[in-house]
Design a protein. Sequence first.
Length: 120
Amino acid sequence: MGNRTRLPDMLSKWQTRTEAEAARTEARRVVERWNQDLVAGRDMWWSPTIRAALVAGMPWLDVHCPGCGTVRALDIRTVDRHPLASVGSLVLGLRCSWCPISAPMPRVVGLHALRDRGGV
């Protein structure tokens, strides 16, 4: 009764941690590849999901307004969208508050772990 071994519980906890770390590593790899493609100026055929960005620990989306030239950081943890929605789809609902109504469509710059990366 009270003599149950803790080994099975410990093993399942370690497995869960291992799986979580593997998911974090994979999500980070996906987000970093997307960021590299954005920096290289490639045509974007895909973007990571919101869930992938959050699992990777990169919840800050930098968005550039071509109208006024500003770059702002958006915390995607605060966005009310399905976690399987693509990060790229978020730009459709964005509009620069400093520009007139006819401002051009914002452009996604990348995902990052910190809001202020010191150089954007």
